[in-house]
Design a protein around this ligand. Structure first.
Ligand SMILES: *Cc1c(COP(=O)(O)O)cnc(C)c1O
Length: 440
């Protein structure tokens, strides 16, 4: 299959789209034709990995990565993604789809793992055929992305990783996950905002001197390699649900940059038995406002308790509108609701009281959106998507529920490691110099 740019550039193969991240015309890659799948093709699938292989096959067809599909799926989907029923007896079916059992306890581990598994196979091929310059992955992060990418590329030969995060604006545990790696991963604490970090990464890409020394690559959320594997867990959950109940599974998805939500919309477009899709945002209301007014207005983000969703101009909007049209058409496909910080805290408390379950602030936005459904809607089967483990956001969750949240084993291991980072001003010169120093 070929992938073309939302802005018109001709199609390229999967390997090229993955390596480039963004198309030369500045657009985002999308699959050229999205083949539909019959539910029968999953008849022999009993686990996540086997669903992944069938779901992703069409995207790999004819690509130089095609022979590696099985291995890439085995590596990416190496941790469980359970769909757990949490409905009180006698009520309608409510489940939670837990995406947070990976190495850094957030769903971004899936996309980062897939990208690392794919790029490392491409790098192997290149290293053996050419004068390989090291591949430098640059990530600007406001929290979860950087940790997931660092975990996925840590100790992979031929790769260097530079993680840039804004000083004082990520949670203590998130910062630890960005700075605990060492080896081929360097963390840069930028004295500035997340936007400053992104600007630094952009200027690094345009810098001749850095390009001479490295092959630069980004692993940000616009890479098609983040999107494709995220559809897999929706396919897995919906197929499992369909087998048991013969009905479609409806979804509420915490949404920021719209990568996770778009993955579900794409899975449904390919024939996966998903019903309604509700996107749950925090106080950054760009998407609900667009669906309401029909006028798209990207803006600066506002800081909220669900910080990984603090996005004012979701980049995957370009893909969504290109694939499915403007607000009239989109209103047929999705709806979107927002939740402010006060409600996030309330919902964390309520869900703990009702289900004895701690949830992260992002997941709380999805529970709030579920509560706002009509009774008629709630009579159907829904899955609320849990995007991060609550222990990552203990500073918000624990005061709300008045209880300590148990730390998952993978996270505890990371928190035990020493933390190392370099503080820099938000200037390319400072970044370049300290990059050289740390590599010496
Ligand atoms: C990144 C992130 C989100 C938002 O996902 P998008 O794909 O950007 O919409 C939600 N929750 C958590 C915990 C995240 O890390």
């Amino acid at each position: 299959m070929k992938f073309r740019s939302t802005r018109g550039d001709e199609g390229v193969d999967l390997a090229t789209a993955l390596a480039r991240g963004i198309a030369p015309d500045g657009g985002l890659y999308i699959p050229e034709d999205v083949a539909t799948l019959e539910i029968d093709s999953f008849a022999d699938c009993s686990d996540l990995v086997s669903v992944a292989k069938i779901y992703l096959q069409a995207f790999f067809e004819g690509d130089k990565l095609a022979d590696s599909l099985d291995e890439i799926c085995n590596e990416t989907f190496s941790f469980p993604i359970p769909l757990l029923n949490i409905s009180a007896s006698g009520t309608s079916a409510l489940s939670i789809l837990e995406l947070f059992h990976g190495p850094t306890a957030a769903f971004k581990d899936v996309g980062a793992g897939f990208l690392a598994a794919s790029l490392s196979r491409l790098a192997d091929a290149e290293a053996s055929s050419s004068q390989a310059k090291p591949l430098l992955i640059l990530v600007a992060t406001s929290g979860d992305t950087g940790g997931a990418v660092a975990a996925a590329f840590h100790q992979r030969a031929g790769f260097e990783v530079a993680v840039l995060y804004p000083k004082g604006r990520v949670s203590a545990r998130q910062e630890h996950q960005l700075t605990c790696w060492g080896g081929n991963v360097t963390a840069f604490c930028v004295d500035g905002s997340f936007d400053d970090c992104q600007r630094l990464v952009k200027s690094a890409f345009a810098d001749a001197a850095l390009n001479k020394r490295y092959r630069l690559s980004s692993a940000n959320s616009i890479n098609i390699g983040r999107l494709l594997p995220q559809s897999v867990y929706y396919a897995y959950a919906a197929i499992e649900h369909y087998r048991q109940h013969r009905t479609k599974l409806n979804l509420v998805i915490p949404t920021g940059n719209l990568g996770n939500g778009l993955a579900a919309i794409l899975a449904r477009a390919r024939g996966i038995p998903i019903g309604d899709i509700v996107l749950a945002t925090n106080a950054n209301t760009t998407i609900p406002d667009f669906l309401g007014s029909g006028v798209y207005e990207g803006r600066d983000s506002v800081a909220t308790l669900a910080s990984a969703m603090d996005v004012g101009n979701p980049s995957n909007m370009e893909r969504l509108r290109h694939l499915f049209g403007e607000s009239d058409a989109l209103n047929e496909l999705i709806c979107a609701v927002s939740c402010d910080d006060a409600r996030i805290v309330d919902v964390v408390k309520q869900v703990y009281a009702e289900h004895g379950m701690a949830i992260c602030p992002h997941t709380a936005c999805a529970f709030a959106a579920y509560q706002d459904l009509t009774e008629r809607q709630r009579a159907r089967a829904w899955a609320v998507v849990a995007t991060a483990h609550p222990a990552k956001f203990n500073d918000i969750v624990e005061p709300a529920i008045q209880t300590e949240v148990e730390i998952p084993e993978a996270l505890a291991e990371l928190l035990d490691r020493p933390s190392r980072f370099v503080t820099i001003n938000p200037e390319l010169g400072a970044f370049s110099i300290s990059l050289d120093e740390t590599r010496r």
